[in-house]
Design a protein around this ligand. Structure first.
Ligand code: FAD
Ligand code: NA7
Length: 486
């Protein structure tokens, strides 16, 4: 049956999940074709192969985060004795965007070379289902072509949503536009308090712009409540403005080009308006199923996502989905990559290893970062009952904060554990410098069955902030003050 179809595997979407799956499949001898196509945003932003992470997600976000941390570091450097002559240090937005985009272009190029070397056929076109083994697409010359495959993997990801209010798409931008914005963002309204909204507000703040975050209900829904509130307090401390229980109602362009945003406080019902230079929607993402004609293949969806089983199979057994397009799974690049790779091994290398979506660590890249793995305190209590949970916690003072007299008020960490036996660790939470680097190793420990006993028997690396996890001695139950003496 090898040549019944044009290809063994057809991948729709050349992002984190799709590329990982396609590249792994060719390693195991499969004939693979991969489609990737990006529709421009309403203001015309478009980008190359590689998907969200490389072009408009993790990578440019991390680079802008770093740029904003460096601004802070310059000021700290003075306290450490550096002579920084120019007291009026300012970033050059255009230069920053140019550097960030330069890096992205080089990654796009490396990706294309890699696909060519690995002999994955890459088509820069939108793939659309004709039936459950056939995809149709338009060539550069606008010819319609069809291609068939034994297996199809849908890895089309998602794109930011726009609210359904006047002026939203005409005048607002999203994370798809901000990292290549040609003009300075200026005074910016960020609507939405998920991690994307908070991260964007924070790097804008660090770069000297003046962000306001509009919060409909709570910040960071889905994350540990205490940590989320602490993170928001840290942002307030650093001068980010929050508008709570507020929703936008209209965006109107002023004669001078600035944007008047009308909004409603849903608890007081007060209506108000304010002028901004930029309005950035960060109200969540929508799965890209609309153009796929999934009905032609009979694939089941839920909301705007695709429903899959534990082997990433859709209701059509030879059609799979990986990455952000899957219903009810974490929307993170390493999740998309590993599930794509494991799927290819099951299809073409006789593997039976399934993707384990449990205990995936994640980081919110705010100036003090927040990273966590495992359960939130609420989830642990809900699953095990509060009488069966012990929470170890503490504030701490990073050594490097003393000389520049940086605020340590929000440097906090906690371990959520079972109360009995060696006290199996259920969740770890940390707010502080380089949170992702701190938590990554602990995530492996947690996946290996880490207990509080082992954690406290681990000798720390001094002086680090990660060592604070090995020194957790105060339980919430004890009521003792978790602030350090010195
Ligand atoms: P994508 O990477 O979105 O790729 C899908 C590709 O398919 C796209 O290029 C799309 O245009 C294309 N496509 C769609 N439909 C079709 C079609 N019919 N035919 C052909 N091609 C099509 N994750 C992290 O782990 N860490 C982070 O720090 C992080 N930061 C983020 C910051 C931001 C601002 C955003 C928006 C996301 C961030 N993410 C982060 C999430 C991460 O980017 C996604 O989880 C990841 O990119 C998902 O990969 P994917 O393969 O599912 O989809
Ligand atoms: P999230 O995490 O879905 O967050 C969206 C935020 O936007 C959240 O604070 C929402 O508030 C808010 N929201 C949603 N709709 C609206 C409208 N219409 N008006 C105002 N505010 C709104 O999205 P992100 O973009 O941060 O992250 C995208 C995904 O990446 C996310 O699913 C993560 O898993 C990974 P709410 O709490 O619903 O009241």
């Amino acid at each position: 049956t090898k040549n019944k179809y044009d290809y063994d595997l057809l991948v729709l979407g050349g992002g984190s999940g799709g590329l990982a799956c396609a590249k792994e499949a060719v390693e195991h001898g499969a004939r693979v074709i991969c489609f990737d196509f990006v529709k421009p945003t309403p203001v015309g932003t478009k980008w190359g192969v590689g998907g969200t992470c490389v072009n408009v997600g993790c990578i440019p976000k991390k680079l802008m985060h770093q740029a904003s941390l460096l601004g802070e570091a310059v000021h700290e450097a003075v306290a450490y004795g550096w002579n920084v002559n120019d007291q009026n240090i300012k970033p050059d937005w255009k230069k920053l965007v140019k550097s960030v985009q330069g890096h992205i272009k080089s990654v796009n190029w490396v990706t294309r070379v890699d696909l060519r070397d690995k002999k994955v056929e890459y088509v820069n076109s939108m793939g659309v289902f004709v039936n459950d083994h056939t995809i149709e697409y338009k060539t550069k010359e606008n010819e319609t072509k069809k291609v068939t495959a034994e297996y199809i993997v849908v890895a089309v990801g998602g794109r930011p949503r726009y609210p359904d209010i006047p002026g939203a798409t005409e005048f607002g931008i999203t994370s798809d536009d901000i990292f290549s914005l040609e003009r300075e963002p200026g005074r910016t309204l960020v609507v939405g308090a998920g991690y994307v909204g908070l991260e964007c507000a924070c790097f804008l703040k660090g770069l000297g712009y003046d962000p306001t975050v509009m919060v409909r209900s709570i910040v960071l829904r889905g994350f540990d409540r205490q940590m989320s509130e602490l993170l928001a307090a840290m942002m307030v401390d650093r001068g980010v403005t929050f508008l709570h229980t507020t929703i936008p109602t209209a965006v109107v362009k002023q004669p001078d080009g600035r944007l008047l945003v009308k909004y409603l406080n849903t608890s007081t019902l007060a209506q108000n308006s304010e002028i901004f230079d930029t309005v950035l929607w960060a109200i969540g993402r929508k799965g890209l199923i609309d153009d796929l004609k999934l009905d032609a293949a009979g694939i089941k969806t839920k909301n705007d996502k695709i429903v899959v089983d534990g082997s990433e199979a859709t209701n059509v057994p030879h059609i799979f989905a990986v990455g952000d397009i899957i219903y009810g799974r974490p929307e993170l690049t390493p999740v998309a990559i590993l599930s794509g790779r494991l799927l290819a091994r099951r299809l073409f290398a006789a593997s039976n290893q399934l993707m384990d979506y449990a205990d995936v660590a994640t980081t919110v890249f705010t100036p003090l970062e927040y990273s966590c793995v495992g359960m939130s305190e609420e989830t642990a209590i809900q699953k095990h009952g509060s009488e069966n949970i012990e929470v170890f916690h503490g504030y701490y003072k990073p050594t490097e904060f003393f000389i520049p007299q940086k605020s340590v008020r929000h440097c906090y960490l906690k371990a959520v554990a079972e109360i009995t036996g060696d006290q199996k660790v259920l969740g770890l939470h940390y707010i502080g410098p380089v949170a992702g680097e701190v938590i990554q190793g602990f995530a492996a420990a947690l996946k290996s069955g880490l207990t509080i006993k082992t954690l406290l028997n681990t000798v720390g690396i001094h002086p680090t902030t990660a060592e604070e996890f090995t020194r957790l001695s105060i339980t919430k139950r004890s009521g003792r003050d978790p602030t350090p003496a010195s």
